[in-house]
Design a protein around this ligand. Structure first.
Ligand code: ADE
Ligand code: ZN
Length: 326
């Protein structure tokens, strides 16, 4: 007898995805060639062999270095289209995508080049891939508060293309409170607010993201479990946490996927979603992350459906569109 066909992947929303973290070795080498840039790796395999990280900073060093191949509007559009094709194959119907403008402007790439390239691909995404999208502009928290403010002001002509601002890069020593002013400006301009907090940093940073930045979602937030009062707050307000299981293993936030607190977070009543973070570096896209936790944590189909449903509940989709997924 023929085996039953594999079911199509669950429809889901991806809410924690750095577009620069979708740069696969194959595209990195192609763009290096196109732009006449010499990479410090002879082959794709040699580059891939460097994807063994001791912590967040160790990953960030490689992540920022490889971005050197991204120079033109076409580069950003090609990167985005490559991501959308992979995402669609894994059941993604809606993607809220981070980008790091300061990582590009610091290399002399204009913010308009970045945003024009990304939005050229995103504007066609619904038609081409059946994926609706939102764009989230992140500030690098290991850069100064002034640099974040300058970045926000330089993005003013493009604010209608942005759904939200976010905060990423090296967390410890760079608390959310450092960015109070730029978040106030973003909210004033009508943008939603999210921030990475509680990945490597303490629960106090999650409190600051909530109370000082006024975030609508917390990215990662896994260390919130260390603070009972914080969990109570996140549950009471149903603040979404965009958890990234494979990332947490690769960056040694958790030792093994079998030890990941995802189930404990769900059991605590937290609004948890499963996401891929930097899939080209961490071993998988959204569907791969769902598959990995299904196996490692022995999640049943009902729990997987809760996770998929949470991803739409936690999204910035318009209410009517969101309701159609629930
Ligand atoms: N930038 C890209 N991926 C990140 C992560 N997991 N944490 C903080 N900053 C990031
Ligand atoms: Zn992230």
């Amino acid at each position: 007898p023929t085996p039953p066909p594999t079911p199509p992947p669950l429809p889901k929303a991806e809410l924690h995805l750095h577009i620069e973290g979708t740069l696969e070795p194959e595209l990195a080498f192609a763009l290096a060639e196109r732009n006449g840039i010499e990479l410090p790796y002879a082959t794709q395999d040699e580059l891939r062999a460097a994807y063994s990280f001791t912590d967040l900073q160790d990953f960030l060093d490689l992540y920022y270095a490889l971005m050197a191949v991204l120079r033109t509007e076409d580069d950003f559009a090609d990167l985005t289209n490559a991501y959308l094709a992979r995402a669609r194959a894994q059941g993604v119907r809606h993607a809220e995508i981070f980008f790091d403008p300061q990582a590009h402007t610091a290399r002399g790439v204009a913010i308009g080049t970045v945003i024009d390239g990304l939005t050229r691909a995103l504007d066609a995404a619904e038609q081409t891939y059946g994926i609706t999208t939102r764009l989230i502009m992140c500030f690098l928290r290991d850069e100064s508060a002034e640099s974040a403010l300058e970045t926000f002001e330089s993005a003013r002509p493009y604010l209608d293309r942005l759904a939200a601002v976010g905060l990423d890069s090296a967390e410890v020593g760079n608390p959310p409170s450092k960015f109070r002013e730029v978040y106030a400006r973003a909210r004033e301009a009508g943008l939603k607010c999210v921030a990475h907090a509680g990945e490597e940093g303490p629960p106090a940073y999650v409190w600051e993201a909530l109370d000082i930045l006024g975030v609508d979602r917390v990215d990662h937030g896994v260390r919130s479990l260390e603070d009972e009062a914080l969990v109570a707050r996140l549950v009471a307000d149903q603040v979404p946490l965009t958890v990234c299981p494979l990332s947490n293993v690769r960056l040694r936030v958790v030792d093994r996927l079998e030890d990941h607190p995802l189930r404990a977070m769900l059991d605590a009543g937290l609004l948890v979603t499963v996401n891929s973070d930097d899939p080209a570096y961490f071993g998988g896209y959204a569907g791969d992350n769902f598959d990995a936790v299904r196996h490692a944590l022995r999640l049943d189909d009902a729990t997987l459906r809760v996770l998929a449903r949470n991803s739409f509940r936690a999204s910035f989709l318009d209410e009517a569109v969101r309701a159609a997924y629930l």
